[in-house]
Design a binder for this molecule. Sequence first.
Ligand code: 5GP
Length: 292
Amino acid sequence: MRMGSVLSRTPVTAAADLDISTGATASMDFTKPRYTPMSRRRRIYEGKAKVLYEGPEPGTLIQHFKDDATAFNAKKHQVIEGKGVLNNRISEYVFQHLNDIGVPTHFIRRLNMREQLIREVEIIPLEVVVRNVAAGSLSQRLGIEEGTQLPRSIIEFYYKNDQLNDPMVSEEHITAFGWATPQEIDDVMSLAIRVNDFLSGLFLGVGIRLVDFKMETGRLWENDLMRIVVADEISPDSCRLWDIKSSEKLDKDRFRRDLGGLVEAYTEVAKRLGIMSEGERPQGTGPVLVKG
Ligand code: 5GP
C-alpha cells in the first residue's frame, strides 16, 4: 500500500454534493485574525450539520458547526443546543492531533466556539467507514450481533449521494465511475488505517471503545501537486463510541435510537479527552472562555 503520495495534477471527475474547487494555499499567514462579519460572508455550501463559508485567504474555508441533528437521510431532524459547539471542539482535538502525528488533514485552526478554519479541498465523493466491532448497518446486513469483535478492522466505501441514500460501493465502482483512481483508493485506505489506529488508542486511553467511524477525504492541491487529506469532521456524530465498562453509547446513536442524553454523552467524551473542564457549558452563545 502506498502512503500519502504526491501526484502530478490530472483531470478528475467532479465531486458529488460537496462541489468545492481548489485554490493555491502556499505561503499564507494564518495567524492574522482577518474575519469577515458573518452577514457579509459568502456561503459556499450548507449541509445537514455544517455550513461552509468563504475563508479569509484564497484556498481556505470556514467550517461552521450547527446544532442540527439528522438521521436516516434527514427524515429525522432535531435541533440539539450545544451539539455544534461540542463537535467543533472534539473534531478540532482529533484533527489537530492527526496533523501533529503526520496524518494530513484539511484542519488549520479553530476560530471560535462553532467555527474552524480549514483548507479548501476537492471532496472525494465517498464516505469511508472503518469498523472494529459489529454494529449498525453491518449487523443488520450480515446478521452479526452488535458488539461482536470483528476478526480485523474492515474498511467500507459508500457513495456520497443523498438521493440514493449513500449506497455501499466497491473499489470497482469507484474506479469505473472515476470517483477516485486506484492510487487514490490506496491513499484513502492508508489514511483510514492510520486514523483508526490513532482514534482506537486515543479513546481506549479514556475508557471508550471505538466501534466504528466514518471519515471523508479530499484532494488538496499545492501548486501542481496533489495529496489526499482527511476532511469534514470526526466527532461523536460520525463515530460509534461505547463506554468500555458500561457499554453505554456516547455517540449519535443516542439520537438515532431515541435514547436521549446526547449533549451529556458528547460532553462526557469531551471531558474525558480533557477538552472541556468540569464547569464548562457547551451552549455556544454565552461568555465561555475560548482556549488557545
Ligand atoms: P452504519 O453504516 O453502521 O450506519 O455507520 C457506520 C459508522 O459510520 C457509524 O459510526 C456512523 O456514525 C458513521 N456514519 C455512516 N454514515 C454517516 C453519515 O452519513 N453521517 C455521519 N455523521 N456518520 C455516518
